[in-house]
Design a protein. Structure first.
Length: 186
């Protein structure tokens, strides 16, 4: 998708989501101590690192280190408000700021942690050839419910087959998944 279209979609989505972001920020602050925004160091296009912005869903200090610990249903690290935000992927709304900054696209492979990228094979590094996305082919084909290697293969498939038609298909499937909440946890 052209960068200008990414920015237009992200800007409009941020405006429309601003009441949700305000309510979520208040709920996060009232329910637990700590910042509203969680920053996670991620790897983007061509291996450039950036801070991915998300609404904080875990108790302060419970964030994963290194490759990270998967978040499973009932995970005690996740706050009560965080469970709701994760259920509908509302915690990802600040990713739209990353789109405007140029760190992310609307569609592309989800950005991963530096420790994960360090273990990539040459084939897996292909996923770094494009700007990572807020949503992607792996996201709409199982999200965290599929094995890591399979997710990377789906991302490489996207890199090799990306098109506006595929992006629009991914956006439509993302909307459906957000409404149902399917596939968030393994």
């Amino acid at each position: 998708m052209p960068r200008g279209l990414d920015m237009a979609i992200a800007s409009l989505a941020l405006v429309l989501a601003s009441p949700i972001l305000l309510i979520a920020a208040v709920a996060i602050k009232l329910s637990s101590r700590g910042p509203v925004i969680y920053r996670s160091r991620r790897v983007g296009r061509d291996g450039a690192e950036f801070d991915l912005l998300k609404l904080r869903t875990m108790h302060p200090g419970a964030d994963p280190v290194g490759v990270g610990i998967p978040v499973l249903p009932g995970d005690p690290r996740v706050t009560r408000v965080g469970r709701f935000l994760r259920r509908f992927s509302l915690d990802e709304l600040p990713n739209l700021v990353n789109v405007i900054r140029g760190d992310l696209a609307i569609v592309g492979p989800r950005p991963t942690l530096p420790a994960q990228v360090a273990d990539y094979t040459a084939h897996q590094r292909r996923r770094l050839e494009v700007r990572p996305g807020v949503t992607g082919w792996a996201q709409v084909n199982g999200r965290a419910g599929i094995p890591w290697d399979e997710r990377i293969e789906l991302d490489v498939f996207y890199v090799e087959n990306r098109s506006l038609a595929l992006d629009l298909r991914i956006i439509a499937r993302t909307a459906r998944l957000l409404l149902t909440g399917h596939g968030l946890y393994g």
